[in-house]
Structures are given as structure tokens and as C-alpha cells.
Design a binder for this molecule. Sequence first.
Ligand SMILES: [Zn+2]
Length: 325
Amino acid sequence: MLRSVIIAGALLAATPAMAEPRCPTDPLAPLSTPKVPLEVQPRAAAAAASYGGMQYRRTPSLGPRDIALTIDDGPNPQVTPLVLRILARHCLKVTYFLVGWYAHAYPDLVRQEAAAGHFIGTHTFSHPDNLRRLTAQQAEAEITQGFEAAQGALGSGTAAERAQLAPFFRFPGLNDTAELSQWLAARRIAVVGADFGANDWMNISPQGIQHRALIEAAQTHGGILILHDSHMRTAEALDELITSFEQQGYRFVQLVPAPGAAAGRDPASILRVAAAAPRAPPQTSRTDRLLVVLRSWAARTAAFGRWLGAAIAHLWAAGMARFGH
Ligand SMILES: [Zn+2]
């Protein structure tokens, strides 16, 4: 009797059902990407819930080796299908921040993203470089039409696909304003910034993107990563980049709306179903992207300064001890 209990216990401990199911096409990845729910309730009436250590506090539920992959500026008819295939091969779920103009132009791609289990946030309608340069009405229209375009693209999809629309907004160039943050807070929309990027908007090689992403991840301890599916080089870099992160012990997670994220939102105000009227094509100036790099550089310089200060203080203390003080 005792022996059979021990055997049963050993079998139970060894049974594969206890192990996390693995991705059939990537043994380094789990079958499903762990979800990190983001609250959309504003922490203060005057500011939207905001995430990403470049500008805001680090997302509390992201561990030191967690990476939440976010993909901006699509959908793109050449790049997005490739990226979707790579993500599927790694059983990896991400959060998109679409440009409304492209969502309106390529609704099938938006539905493919949603059908694959990715969440759909937005990134304005025509991607102005900097919403700070627009009037409040123009900026609010950009945000509203971006959501409307995404919802319009998903409108003909299944209920499950429509449910992948997230009340998440990312400012172009991460150029937020206090007024727009307040406006988003009133609509229960969260602002998603970033912890690191990979310079994939610059004219660098896929290897350069991989190199930069790994260096940045080491410096920021992972976090929210911005990539862009508007460039072929990103698709060319992505497969190996995901594998490199996995080999280095990073864990991918997916940013998703917290349960009840729709509660309290005025359905007539921003997420109503409406086809966005195309206006101007997206701008392609690099000013906003340069600002992202400068902000990242400034954050790293500040970190180096703190390290240098600590090192000098340490040497000073050691020197004093040596000379008998
Ligand atoms: Zn962008």
C-alpha cells in the first residue's frame, strides 16, 4: 500500500501535465504568453494611468527580466504579415499601437492581429510627429479617429476579435501633454510609454537592431520594448532577437487591459464604432523619433552620473580610511 502511494506520488511529480505547456515551434517559449493586466483607472483625476520607465514609473507588475513587446506604426502590407508569422512561431503575443490611417487602409491585417490574440492599442490617426504642436481640438481628433479607425477595422470581425481592442494609447514620439493626459484619463484610456527601444526606425542593419535591443534590455532590466512593423529590417531582425532574449533568460509577457477596463468609460466618447474619414497621410519626419533617442540617452546619462558619484564617494571613503581618518 505504502509502496503504491510512493509510486503514485512519484508519477504525479514527474507527469508532464504538471509542466508548463511549451510552444511546439519554439522549445524555449511557453505555449501562451503570460498576461500583464494594466489598470486604466487614472491614479489622479488630472492624469491618465501611464506606463513605461522612460517617462513614468516602471510598470509595477513587470519583473526584472520581463519584456513586454509592443509594435508601433502599422499595419504595413509588406512587414506585418512577416512579423505575425514570426510571433506565431514563437507563440508570442504582443500589443500593437496602430496608426489609424493604416488600420483604415488595411483592415484585414488588423483583424489578423486580433485573431492571433494580440491586443490593439492606438497611436493617433495620421501620426503627427508631436501632438504638442497641435491645438487641443486637433490632437483630440487625432486620438479619437485613431481609435475609430482601429475599431472600424475590427467592426466586421468576430466578437473575439473586436474584444482585442485595448483602451491603450501611445503618443507619437512619446510626446505627451498634461492636458491630453487629463483628457485620456476622463475616458479611461491608459497611456503606454516604453522602457527601451532598438533604434529600428533608424537606417541600421537587422544585426544592429538585435545588438541595440540586447544592450538596452540589459540596462533597463527589460520592460516595455518598442519595435516598429513599418520597416522590413525589423521583421528581418525579429526572429533571432526573440531567440536571443529567450536564451538570455528573459521572459516575454503581454500588456493587456485589466478586467473591467471598459467600466466607467463613456462609450459614446471615443470607442464608438465609426469609419474614420481619411484625411492626411502619416508624416514621416524623424523629429519625434530623435526625441525618443535623446530621452533614452538622457536617462542613461543620469544613471551613469549616479554610478560615477557613488564610485567617487566610495574611493574617497577608501582613501580617507587609508590615511587614518
Ligand atoms: Zn510611431
